[in-house]
Design a protein around this ligand. Structure first.
Ligand SMILES: N[C@@H](CCC(=O)N[C@@H](CS)C(=O)NCC(=O)O)C(=O)O
Length: 297
């Protein structure tokens, strides 16, 4: 292994703003709001403030699945939070999520609005709100879904903050860090592959919030759609059961719609930057909005 480190940590760490690399403009060692700005509020009971990263997509898939299953109360407005521009540090956003990360949800259906943050917490909240939708009501079946939901919440930071960060984003390629997190990511893929060899879905025979939480991370990785050439680097095609599950879930219409909401990068026809109505998928994707603007000018 090549030794690239000459850094000796000082006794006490201090913040050097320039050291943040690609995320220097938003990373900081303190919490709280940086500026005053209220969040917009739309017409539906559920107000989502998010972006189509894997954590954000979990929630938009869940909302689209609930609507597809006939839960009309799951209608929602999805507002775009541009995390690269620091929208998560506005006072209104911090009031909904003091951790300043998307996704964040306000349930305004009752007399007192309820704030919900952390994507896993949002999935459980929505499942329970709609009569244990995509979540077994009790017993062993519920425990198994929770097992995989919490597995995702604990594991994905090694994939995103560990492997993805050092493989794709860090300003220098550090062999030790890439090795450590590639090994862990492949171990996680193998955990999933073995589970999916014995079970159609992660929780068992039924599609659940466990699949909804895991797919945006590990399905996207299995499709080679995240962190540059990582699909080849990690040989994702060799995880056959993960591939089978990724394809099956990716074909669900609600999953296809959920992936589009709050997306601000990629093909324009897949970007529905804000969603305020079910009809927006047909009329307000970015390709259509830009074509409308061009023909008006
Ligand atoms: N554990 C949180 C993680 C959320 C998270 O890391 N969100 C990222 C985008 S995927 C974010 O908002 N980052 C902005 C920042 O760190 O300032 C969850 O699952 O909701």
């Amino acid at each position: 292994m090549t030794d690239t480190t000459t850094y000796t940590p000082p006794k006490v760490w201090t913040w050097d703003k320039a050291s943040g690399g690609r995320f220097a403009n938003i990373n900081r060692p303190i919490a709280g709001a940086t500026h005053d700005k209220e969040l917009p509020i739309g017409k539906h009971p559920l107000q989502l403030y998010s972006l189509a990263t894997p954590n954000g997509v979990k929630v938009t898939i869940m909302l689209e699945e609930l609507l597809a299953a006939g839960h009309k109360g799951a209608e929602y407005d999805a507002w775009l939070i541009r995390i690269n521009e620091g929208d998560q540090f506005a006072s209104g956003f911090v009031a909904v999520n003091p951790n300043s990360k998307i996704p964040a949800l306000m349930d305004r259906s009752g007399a007192i609005p309820v704030r919900v943050f952390e994507s896993g917490s949002i999935l459980v909240y929505l499942a329970e709100k709609f009569g244990n939708a995509f979540l077994p009501a009790s017993g062993a079946a519920r425990a198994e879904v929770m097992n995989w939901l919490f597995w995702q919440m604990g594991s994905a930071p090694y994939l995103g903050g560990g492997f993805g960060h050092f493989y794709a984003y860090a300003p220098t390629k550090i062999e030790y860090a890439i090795d450590r997190f590639a090994m862990e990511t492949k171990r996680q893929l193998d955990v999933l592959d073995r589970r999916l060899a014995e079970s159609r879905y992660l929780g068992g025979d039924a599609y659940s919030i466990a699949d909804i939480a895991v797919w945006p991370w590990y399905g996207t990785l299995a499709r080679g759609q995240i962190y540059g050439e990582s699909g080849t680097f990690l040989d994702v095609q060799s995880y056959k059961n993960v591939q089978r599950w990724t394809e099956e879930i990716g074909a669900r219409p609600a999953v296809k719609r959920g992936r589009m909401v709050n997306r601000a990068v990629g093909p324009l026809e897949e970007q529905l930057r804000e969603r305020h109505d079910a009809g927006d998928f047909a009329t307000r994707t970015q390709d259509k909005l830009e074509a409308g603007k061009a023909s008006a000018s």
